[in-house]
Design a binder for this molecule. Structure first.
Ligand code: ADP
Ligand code: MG
Length: 247
């Protein structure tokens, strides 16, 4: 297993945000952690990056305990935060070159172009500053950067929120291709349809508890209806008032 969370508990500001979650992601797999606002999705990613310290439980990257060698683990991971922080006054190529250098890597112009080809960023846009880019175009630059970092693992935080439907489809195709070429992808989302479209496995997170897991079988996508029902079914949500359920 490339990524593993085992009985993970996390407290933030004295609130139990993750309550014993366990899941694992194999090489070449897309795992979507699905949940409403405040379910603990971003917190889970921050734990894998070592930015948040779990109260108890285990996090493993490539079978190794994360806390034992955080530096090595981080080198294997590229992270796309909820809103990619790129520089508005630089163009796509300049942004990529700058952030790659920060990550201790260099890339030839042709390699950057190849990565931008892979994410289908229009050639005419590449020399323009990001000021006039749509959110979808920015996400493409961010994912091209992740491709060039060439890490084994990608953590994506709500990568399609704010994108239009065709940009979402396009993004999912890119993610699927990356996984099919051996990348391990953990993405978090509140989009049931999108998660079913792209993921091999879905973990349903509700108030810090993993309440269900769904897997694709025989190359078929996960059943959207099934996941949707589980996602909106409040039965497993004990002792919460309806107004608390911000799904
Ligand atoms: N910066 C923070 N400081 C303290 N608590 C936080 C912070 N961010 C989030 N939390 C708590 O963690 C819970 C889970 O948040 P988060 O992981 O961001 O959820 P999600 O990404 O699923 O919307 C929130 O309900 C909130 O109580
Ligand atoms: Mg979040």
């Amino acid at each position: 297993m490339k990524l593993q969370a085992d009985s993970l508990y996390l407290k933030r500001a004295n609130k139990e945000v993750l309550r014993g979650i366990s899941f694992s992601v194999a090489k070449g797999e897309v795992y979507a952690l699905l949940g409403g606002n405040g379910a603990g999705k971003s917190s889970t990613l921050l734990c894998f990056l070592g930015f948040l310290q779990p109260t108890s439980g285990h996090l493993r990257v490539d079978q190794k305990e994360l806390s034992e060698d955080l530096v090595t683990a981080r080198k294997k991971i590229a992270y796309l935060p909820e809103s990619a922080s790129l520089y508005e006054h630089l163009n796509a190529t300049e942004n990529i070159r700058y952030f790659l250098e920060l990550a201790g890597k260099q890339a030839q112009a042709c390699a950057i172009d190849a990565a931008l080809d892979q994410v289908s960023l229009a050639t005419s846009a590449r020399q323009q500053t990001l000021r006039n880019y749509s959110k979808g175009m920015r996400q493409k630059v961010a994912i091209a950067l992740a491709i060039l970092r060439d890490t084994e693992i990608l953590l994506l935080d709500e990568p399609t929120s704010g994108l239009d439907p065709s940009a979402i489809d396009e993004f999912h195709t890119i993610v699927r291709n990356l996984a099919d070429r051996g990348k391990t992808i953990l993405m978090v989302s509140h989009d049931v349809y999108g998660a079913c479209q792209v993921a091999d496995k879905i973990g349903l997170l509700r108030d810090g508890v993993l309440v269900g897991e769904f897997s694709s079988a025989d190359g078929q996508s996960i059943d959207t209806e099934l996941v949707h029902q589980a996602f909106s079914n409040p039965q497993q949500q004990l002792s919460r008032s309806p107004t608390d359920r911000k799904q």
